[in-house]
Design a protein around this ligand. Structure first.
Ligand code: AMP
Ligand code: MN
Ligand code: MN
Ligand code: MN
Length: 309
């Protein structure tokens, strides 16, 4: 049986609504055999996801989706097969988490000026308390009746030109790709069609990304149309990038994006998993003995890094 890949997903460690173990269970139920958990700027969900994966036979790629400021805009770079012990990666992400905290408080202050009180605490109550993102604000504002959907909250409150917008101050492209490559991972440009870049700007991004060591772009994505995928497949082919595929699943509340429900890659592009035999073959080491981290020691290490940072 060929593998079924979903290489871009979120859990409650960032702005998803399923806990890592629940995400793994749903992935298995949907027939996914190789799953990447790629939470925004955090590795916190990976230990629990690995434990759950070990008991089901699902192959987990430890991943992350790093927020990057590039060309005056926020873009996202996914890292696959990262080593979660890698100190520069862990410390770099800690800096982004610190910035997220500062940003969330600032969003709260800006919304308060609009007469929306308690938004930071409200958003935090929709999160795990350690990573508060715009999605958590969106869920809070929908609950409070400020809009009918998260999409509407973004449109009216959280994007450029709107009262709760705070310009991003994330990592540089060089840092993000460097952290991923330094941690032995593969860097992939997330949902490239979503940025609305001109062809020229996207090609500039691809050029710099490759120069820095990036190897892939998401061709099939939950936020791409069929036409987007065809175009991104062409960019992948013409620029020698590997093609990735991920749902960008955030939770079952959003019925039009589900785990593993992905169109096949357009013909002619080289899948990012084409050289993953050692990692995903059925003759690979049995579940639980693959070279990974030990969840408990990893947690202790994470706390140590948190306290020292
Ligand atoms: P943040 O990283 O905290 O700035 O939040 C980015 C996240 O917000 C994305 O990963 C999506 O989950 C979500 N998001 C961004 N734009 C929208 C939108 N227009 N509608 C709904 N969710 C969005
Ligand atoms: Mn998100
Ligand atoms: Mn993203
Ligand atoms: Mn994502």
């Amino acid at each position: 049986m060929p593998h079924k890949y979903d290489l871009h997903t979120h859990s409650t460690a960032s702005d998803g609504t399923l806990a890592p173990a629940e995400l793994v269970d749903r992935a298995v139920a949907n027939g996914v055999t190789v799953l990447a958990l790629t939470d925004h700027d955090t590795l916190e969900g990976l230990a629990a996801a690995q434990t759950a994966a070990d008991s089901t036979g699902l192959i987990l790629s430890p991943g992350v989706e790093i927020s990057v400021t590039w060309g005056g805009r926020t873009i996202h770079v996914v890292g696959l097969w990262i080593d979660c012990w890698n100190e520069p990666l862990v410390l770099g992400l800690q800096r982004l988490l610190d910035y997220r905290r500062h940003r969330a408080e600032e969003i709260g202050r800006r919304l308060a000026k609009e007469g929306i009180e308690g938004a930071f605490e409200g958003a935090k109550s929709f999160s795990n308390g350690r990573l508060v993102g715009r999605t958590h604000f969106a869920r809070f504002l929908v609950r409070r009746g400020y809009a009918l959907s998260e999409r509407e909250v973004f449109k009216h409150y959280l994007v450029k030109g709107k009262p709760g917008h705070v310009p991003g101050d994330w990592s540089s492209l060089e840092e993000a790709v460097g952290w991923i490559c330094g941690a032995g991972g593969q860097a992939v440009i997330a949902h490239p069609a979503r940025y609305g870049f001109s062809r020229g700007k996207l090609l500039r991004l691809i050029g710099q990304f490759k120069e820095l060591g990036g190897v892939g772009i998401e061709v099939v994505s939950g936020s791409h149309s069929a036409d987007d995928s065809l175009l991104m497949a062409r960019y992948a082919r013409e620029n020698g990038l590997l093609a990735s595929a991920g749902s960008d699943f955030h939770g079952p509340e959003n019925p039009w994006v589900d785990l593993g429900r992905l169109a096949p890659l357009p013909t002619g592009c080289k899948p990012i998993w084409s050289d993953w035999e050692g990692r995903v073959s059925s003759s690979a080491a049995p579940a639980g003995s693959r070279k990974q981290f030990r969840p408990n020691s990893w947690n202790r290490r994470e706390q140590r890094v948190t306290h020292s940072g």
